[in-house]
Design a protein around this ligand. Structure first.
Ligand code: ZN
Ligand code: ZN
Length: 203
């Protein structure tokens, strides 16, 4: 195992020394609204570009949300979120370490399924598996899982975007999972349920 010592200090984040967990979204060039739908393109407020030391990612802060959350301690913390470039996917033996990163494993021998992990300080916090077929230019989103304590932060949708980023021009489909929580997540992904069967897959 690789330890987490940085400059002599243990970097676990467990004591909150790097700030709490904030939402994450796939980085896009067109950033129009905040997580509550407030427009960011109207010059109503200064645009603040915070940096998440917890994730080691740049982010955006919505001043309207910050004022709203300041008045309501029970409100979800959605004012600030970090941007993860889902096209940056590291090889398993080249994980840069600290922060929030994507690690892509190639398909196992004899299969088409690839696996992408979301790691926080080298610990897996979420995973997506997908089966692309280059012959029919289709892909199936097989499985998305986020560890329970990291849910409702956008990790799942970020993993889905990371999978799609590997084959953006393919026709993607995804099965309907069991259970209301998984189905609620699934119903926000803009993918059809079934495609024509792919004859190239093993098994
Ligand atoms: Zn807002
Ligand atoms: Zn195929």
């Amino acid at each position: 195992m690789i330890d987490h010592h940085v400059g002599g200090a243990v970097r676990s984040g467990a004591r909150g020394e790097f700030g709490g967990l904030i939402p994450v979204r796939p980085a896009t060039s067109r950033l129009i609204v905040c997580l509550r739908g407030h427009r960011l393109d109207l010059d109503l407020y200064d645009k603040l570009k915070p940096y998440s030391h917890r994730y080691r990612l740049h982010g955006t802060l919505c001043e309207v949300c910050r004022a709203q959350e300041g008045c309501d301690p029970a409100a979800r913390h959605l004012a600030e979120w970090a941007h993860l470039d889902v096209t940056v996917q590291h090889a398993p033996d080249a994980d840069p370490g600290d922060g929030l990163v994507l690690v892509a494993h190639p398909p196992a021998a004899g299969t088409l399924a690839g696996r992408i992990e979301l790691r926080l300080d080298r610990t897996e916090v979420g995973v997506v598996t997908a089966s692309p077929c280059a012959s029919c230019r289709t892909a199936t989103l097989d499985y998305v899982h986020v560890a329970a304590e990291y849910r409702r932060l956008g990790f799942g949708r970020t993993l889905v975007a990371a999978a799609v980023a590997r084959a953006p021009s393919f026709r993607w489909t995804a099965p309907l999972p069991d259970g209301p929580v998984a189905q609620s997540f699934r119903a926000r992904i803009a993918m059809r349920r079934n495609g024509p069967p792919c004859s190239h897959r093993g098994g």
